[in-house]
Design a protein around this ligand. Structure first.
Ligand SMILES: Cc1cc2nc3c(=O)[nH]c(=O)nc-3n(C[C@H](O)[C@H](O)[C@H](O)COP(=O)(O)OP(=O)(O)OC[C@H]3O[C@@H](n4cnc5c(N)ncnc54)[C@H](O)[C@@H]3O)c2cc1C
Length: 224
């Protein structure tokens, strides 16, 4: 698909979003991604996957990324409104099960699928209980203002921000304090998204606290 770039938004110093025109009849599920292809000569190829950080209930599509050092990222940073990008159709099975309690664990830019899912839950007035554990190495958490605002409107959403530089990495002790009860661990789907190393570390902790592997869903952002 060829999509028009409507806007480029600075989310924080190192993070920006591209707002793309949503074609008529475009269907996707919160948590899915697009493969974006750019006309660039890059040793790692000219395509990258980006989660759609907007919700299906919003009027446009959004992808959000960190500034980088690759030719691909340099090109992406210079895209201007009025230009176009080439993308695949939405893909991926890292999507929300609305009927089960959810714990979302995001590592940095891994917040993108959860922004989409939470906005969807809000707009569709779903009752899905959600705990978001948002890990970031700096205090500037992308989308924090929006997330705080949505938390105020959603009694079933609880957000824990963890600055890993100050508070240290997530470990068994911290996770148990956040999750409180065994009941939560037994009857909940855990969704992990972010850099592969972070996802692997958190998955190991979940297995240690006896979360059933069948209840763990992962979205590894290869390339970080
Ligand atoms: C299903 C899926 C969904 C994804 N969703 C997203 C998403 O929503 N958002 C997203 O951003 N990515 C997402 N990714 C990852 C994305 O596809 C890219 O692989 C990733 O953004 C890295 O891009 P890049 O290869 O162009 O490298 P770069 O971003 O240029 O990074 C290359 C390497 O350099 C490091 N680096 C970057 N900047 C610096 C610097 N200033 N100094 C030193 N080192 C640096 C990076 O940490 C990395 O190790 C997703 C991947 C998958 C598989």
């Amino acid at each position: 698909m060829i999509l028009n770039v409507l806007e480029k938004k600075q989310v924080s110093k190192n993070i920006f979003s591209l707002i793309l025109e949503k074609p008529k009849g475009f269907i996707f599920y919160p948590g899915q991604y697009l493969d974006v292809e750019l006309p660039v000569d890059d040793p790692n190829g000219s395509t990258r996957a980006f989660t759609i950080s907007s919700s299906p209930t919003e009027n446009s599509l959004m992808v959000t990324t960190k500034k980088g050092i690759s030719p691909f990222k340099k090109f992406m940073e210079n895209i201007k409104p009025g230009e176009t990008v080439s993308t695949s159709h939405p893909a991926g099975t890292f999507t929300l099960d609305e009927t089960e309690k959810a714990v979302f664990i995001a590592g940095g830019i891994g917040i993108t699928p959860f922004r989409s899912m939470i906005k969807y839950v809000l707009d569709q007035q779903l009752k899905t209980p959600i705990i978001l554990i948002y890990l970031n190495s700096v205090n500037n958490f992308p989308f924090k203002n929006e997330l705080d605002n949505w938390q105020n409107k959603l009694p079933n959403l609880k957000i824990h921000y963890v600055n890993t530089t100050v508070q240290g990495k997530l470990d068994k002790g911290k996770l148990k304090i956040i999750l409180h009860t065994k009941y939560l661990i037994l009857n909940t789907i855990f969704y992990l998204a972010g850099p592969p190393g972070m996802v692997d570390d958190v998955e190991k902790i979940l297995l240690k606290i006896e979360v059933d592997p069948i209840n763990i869903r992962t979205d590894r952002f290869d390339g970080y």
